[in-house]
Design a binder for this molecule. Structure first.
Ligand SMILES: Cc1ncc(COP(=O)(O)O)c(C=O)c1O
Ligand SMILES: N[C@@H](CCOP(=O)(O)O)C(=O)O
Length: 422
């Protein structure tokens, strides 16, 4: 296993951990899988499905050989993350206008309520193995909640930087409650990342944002798990929301691993969905450009996607190229309407995650995705991550217009309730 710079291809051993190369490029982790017996590994992954209370009961560490093979078990900090549900929803199939199965992968069922746990367990475990006790991130709230939870489990300390506006208070409170030192600052996630670029060395903290390639390795497990649950037959499309672009990067890496090992025959196409107010990557791809122009004033109600300068865009571009992928953007209204239907399906998600369902609906309407093709939407965060969004939608004046389920005002009298039920 080695770290390789995505810009200049410089190689560095993993014990000399730094997230950024001297040339400024991010590092990628490259594994040597030439000695792996794929059939043996598949059997091991299958057997581990019945593990209980060991690191391999985790839906991330189940795949340790492809994520962080050399890590001694004593450093693994796990809450049995992953193991999240994969649901075929007839309601969402109908909402998006598909004739084929639409799966929802509920990363919202992770211990801290978002997909961040898949990557964070690996980052914190790696940090511990290097002797770190103090961990840090800048965050719109999910990364920080996840970090604070794992740092607490590891008896470490966490220091998190959160923008002082346009984020969900639920997430900040969750972070605080897990014991993190929360520093609220004027600016955005992008300013937080710039701060690390300048001061990370002097601070001596272990950085847990997705610029850390160990996060990406852990997040690969999401697609491994989908593939394993579907007996190594993936749907035609994987639809994923994009902010910092870590998850689409991990998805692409995971798909290549599965293809190289012969676990899957065909790599599905990836559809990356951004929120219209913060869609620099989509604009770059749609405009046929080769350099990303950051969004200077990012804003979307799906606050987890409020990232104007996605650090992993070069890695994400690789995923698009390797999977013949597409991008699109959706409005906040489309996101919130889609979220209401995902909630009604019984699965639920936060606004950012619903961008996938809104995007799938749009791409089917535009005939980019065929009605007869199957798809899986990655639902990245839990519906209780942003209770203000629920309240605004269901109790607000204008936003509930297209949604049929409203609060009913009635007297608690037998006649009135009886008449309603008849
Ligand atoms: C719930 C949720 N969905 C989607 C995203 C976007 O994922 P990425 O930043 O990896 O593109 C984030 C944050 O990053 C998130 O918290
Ligand atoms: N939505 C994210 C922002 C991206 O963070 P990162 O983990 O990819 O660095 C958050 O929850 O903070």
């Amino acid at each position: 296993m080695k770290l390789v710079c995505v810009d200049c291809s410089k190689e560095v051993p993993t014990h000399l951990f730094d997230y950024q190369c001297t040339c400024g490029g991010l590092f990628d982790i490259i594994h040597d899988t030439s000695d792996i017996d794929a059939e043996w590994l598949k059997r091991v992954f299958h057997e581990r499905l019945s593990e209980r209370m060991t690191p391999y009961a985790s839906g991330v560490w189940r795949y340790k050989e492809l994520i962080f093979p050399g890590l001694p078990e004593e450093y693994i900090t796990t809450k049995y993350e992953g193991n999240t549900g994969l649901y075929a929803s007839a309601l969402i199939q109908s909402y998006v206008g598909s004739n084929s199965k639409v799966w929802l992968k509920a990363q919202s069922e992770n211990p801290s309520g978002s997909f961040k746990d898949n990557g964070m367990t690996v980052a914190v475990s790696h940090g511990r193995s290097l002797g770190y006790q103090r961990f840090t991130c800048t965050s719109t709230g999910n990364t920080s909640s996840s970090l604070a939870m794992y740092a607490a489990l590891a008896d470490g300390e966490s220091y998190v930087f959160v923008p002082n506006k346009n984020i969900s208070l639920n997430k900040v409170m969750q972070t605080l409650a897990y014991g993190a030192k929360v520093i609220s600052f004027e600016g955005t996630y992008d300013d937080g990342i710039r701060f690390y670029e300048q001061y990370s060395k002097e601070l001596g903290l272990y950085i847990c944002n997705s610029i850390n390639p160990f996060r990406i390795e852990g997040q690969k497990s999401i697609v491994y798990e989908i593939a394993q649950y579907l007996n190594w037959n993936l749907p035609d499309w994987v639809v994923i929301p994009g902010g910092a672009l870590s998850n689409v990067t991990a998805l692409g890496k995971g798909l290549q691993d599965l293809k190289n090992l012969g676990f899957i025959e065909k790599v599905p196409r990836v559809a990356l969905v951004q929120a219209e107010g913060v869609s620099p990557f989509h604009r770059m791809v749609a405009g046929g450009h080769t350099e990303l122009t950051p969004e200077p004033n990012p804003y979307t109600r799906a606050s987890a996607l409020n990232i104007g300068n996605p650090p992993s865009w070069k890695k994400a571009l690789r995923t698009l190229e390797e999977t013949n992928g597409v991008t699109c953007s959706v409005t906040d209204q489309e996101i919130l309407d889609a979220k209401a239907w995902v909630d009604k399906s019984g699965i639920g998600c936060e606004p950012a995650s619903a961008a996938t369902v809104a995007g799938l609906r749009k791409l089917i309407a535009e005939q980019v995705i065929d009605k007869d093709e199957t798809a899986v939407c990655i639902l990245t965060g839990n519906m209780l991550k942003d209770t203000d969004a629920l309240q605004e939608y269901h109790l607000g004046e204008s936003t509930q217009a297209s949604y049929p389920n409203k609060i009913v005002l009635a007297q608690l009298a037998f006649e009135e309730i009886g008449a309603m039920l008849s």
